[in-house]
Design a protein around this ligand. Structure first.
Ligand SMILES: *Cc1c(COP(=O)(O)O)cnc(C)c1O
Length: 438
């Protein structure tokens, strides 16, 4: 199968076609109105070439763009749509909540309902604070850690993305690495943010030996999924728990991608390592803006108005958004979804056995790595060849009717709405792309 027929000027046929599309027209107008025409950097398609696709609707695993092209969606809004688009129960819950009023800026019964569901999934945790984005959840968690310990430094890992708060925009993966930015301009974070390589126990020991008295928290994605999928060993996660405890620092799991991803639980259930604070987003909102910080009462009750750590939000705990999250979690809690995702994932493993490179997968997260050798476990080990080959293959994925995240560094997602044929189509395209680009 050949997808990409390159013309003399290096553009693909799909890109040529796109230039005269309604998507391309909209994008041209958007570029006159918005920086690079987008609300979030990776959406601009700079990394893979061509112009962004303007989606019009999504049903199940399928999305349709403004030109009427249909794609099987493996980007899924970057993770929240684990049930697929427009799940009937979720839509019904959102419509009902919408009819009752969009926002009150008061306490609301939905807060209690969603907090109960979340805490049920995180044994030992006692409090939830709702915020609007993963970025805010992380910001709040770090503020709490600094207040709790009276220390200023945060240790993060190269390639872990924690949203776009200033302190976290160093070696942040995701859109930063996609645009080739190590550290955002306009940010002064270096002083208080320490950065270590993933999976390196000695590096953490050194960091604590040098700065142990001033490290408030170690934050990580326990399964880093914003700079490829960099699977970490359990022993290393355990060493982080041990060292943070020994030095009086908090351990923060940023579970904005992993929370409720592998079961009705957090990554503590997968790894056996229990963090002090957890940040959630994506799935807990089911497609609307909900994120949360989860922890013990001892730490969380430092938040205002109970304690001295200030945090607030006009749209925090918005009832319509919470209704969406509640309905999504209720479908997940009923069972069957995670088993289904694992079945589809196994099929993807089998069908990509012939890939020139590696298909790295955990549950519904997958990352095609188009380079020889072992799967990388740290950001620095990702071969540029793999990145280049993915970029060159991207227009071919679109031409084959597959919508993947438009970046070699972003993971793809399976949903409960995908079927076996969708997975086989994906596998065929990945295998063919890996060979065509070898
Ligand atoms: C998506 C993500 C964030 C940022 O969440 P936003 O809602 O985009 O601010 C933070 N951490 C991780 C691990 C993420 O995947």
């Amino acid at each position: 199968m050949t997808f990409v027929s390159t013309t003399h000027d290096g553009t693909t046929r799909a890109q040529r076609a796109a230039q005269s599309s309604r998507s391309a027209e909209l994008y041209a107008r958007a570029c006159e109105l918005m920086p690079a025409g987008v609300s979030s950097p990776v959406r601009a398609f700079k990394h893979v070439g061509g112009t962004p696709i303007y989606l019009r609707e999504g049903r199940g695993a399928r999305v349709t763009d403004v030109d009427g092209n249909r794609y099987v969606d493996f980007c899924l809004a970057w993770g929240p749509m684990i049930l697929g688009h427009s799940h009937p129960e979720v839509v019904e819950a959102v419509v009902r909540a919408t009819r009752d009023g969009l926002a009150f800026g008061t306490t609301h019964a939905h807060e209690v309902a969603l907090a109960e569901r979340i805490l049920q999934a995180f044994p030992g945790k006692e409090r939830v604070r709702f915020v609007v984005s993963g970025t805010e959840a992380v910001q709040t968690a770090l503020r709490l850690a600094r207040a709790k310990t009276g220390r200023k430094r945060i240790l993060k890992f190269s390639g872990c993305y924690h949203g776009h708060s200033d302190a976290m925009l160093v070696k942040g993966g995701s859109g930063l690495v996609t645009q080739g930015i190590a550290e955002s301009a306009g940010v002064i974070a270096a002083e208080t943010t320490l950065v270590a390589p993933l999976g390196d126990e000695a590096a953490i020991e050194e960091a604590f030996a040098a700065h142990g008295e001033t490290i408030a928290a170690v934050i990580l994605e326990p399964l880093p999924a914003n700079n490829g999928l960099l699977v970490q060993g359990r022993r290393w996660l355990e060493s982080l728990r041990r060292l943070t405890r020994a030095h009086g620092a908090l351990l923060v799991f940023d579970e904005v991608i992993t929370g409720f991803r592998f079961g009705f639980s957090g990554y503590d259930r997968v790894s056996g390592v229990i963090p002090d604070l957890v940040t959630l987003g994506k799935i807990v909102g089911g497609g609307l803006p909900v994120a949360a910080v989860v922890g013990t009462a001892e730490v969380m009750d430092l938040l205002a108005p109970k304690g001295p750590v200030y945090q607030a939000g006009t749209m925090a705990g918005n009832p319509v958004a919470l209704a969406c999250g509640i309905a999504t979690l209720d479908v997940l809690a009923r069972g069957g979804v995670y088993e289904r995702l694992e079945t589809l994932g196994r099929l993807l493993d089998e069908e990509t056995a012939g890939i020139d490179g590696t298909l790295i997968r955990r549950g519904s997260l997958f990352w095609p790595y188009f380079a020889p050798g072992a799967a990388p476990v740290r950001a620095e080990a990702i071969a540029s060849e793999a990145v280049d080959r993915f970029r060159r293959a991207y227009a071919g994925f679109l031409a084959a009717g597959l919508y993947l995240p438009p970046s070699a560094y972003e993971v793809g997602f399976l949903s409960a709405a995908h079927d076996e044929d969708d997975v086989r189509s994906l596998a065929r395209a990945l295998v063919a792309a890996s060979k065509a680009q070898a």
